[in-house]
Ligand binder design. Structure first.
Ligand code: MG
Length: 163
């Protein structure tokens, strides 16, 4: 058994006028925000699923059901922190995270470094080990029509002590 494992996560949320837009653990100024049971942070949800996936621990819906009042409006950084704890309990440490957010508007470039810092702080790793990328979909699909946002993430985890 290799000490390294990789995980992949993907998430989508619909956009609606007048809701706060939370992405990568921070608020982004926009006229629309994600419709969700939690704060709707697709980027963090994709990262949570990637971490859980790397350890074959199921998915975010299994651990934090959207039918539970406990998670209503919850800051997704708390969900991410819990996923990291689940890995630590099993002897895994997080190596690095690479996340891509697809949305047409607004331009996310000015927010990227703050997202990286927020994620790194929550996971307990160096900012250098966290990559956040943003892309439009050239006005194609639901992201391009500004109906929703998608995010995907890959992570590497390793058995602590194998650094
Ligand atoms: Mg989600």
């Amino acid at each position: 058994m290799y000490p390294f494992r990789i995980g992949y996560g993907y998430d989508v949320h619909a956009l609606a006028e007048g809701l706060p837009l939370v992405l990568g653990g921070i608020e982004v100024a926009h006229t629309k925000g994600c419709v969700a049971h939690s704060d709707g942070d697709v980027a963090l949800h994709a990262i949570c699923d990637a971490l859980l996936g790397a350890a074959a621990l199921g998915d975010i819906g299994l651990h934090f059901p959207d039918t539970s009042p406990q998670f209503k409006g919850i800051d997704s950084k708390r969900l991410l922190g819990r996923c990291v704890e689940l890995l630590h309990e099993r002897g895994y440490a997080v190596g690095n995270i690479d996340c891509t957010i697809a949305m047409q508007r607004p331009k996310l470039r000015p927010y990227i470094d703050r997202m990286r810092e927020a994620i790194a702080r929550t996971v307990g790793i160096e900012t250098d080990a966290v990559s956040v990328k943003a892309t439009t979909t050239e006005k194609l699909g639901f992201e391009g029509r500004e109906e929703g946002v998608s995010a995907s993430a890959v992570v590497l985890i390793f058995k602590s002590g194998c650094q």
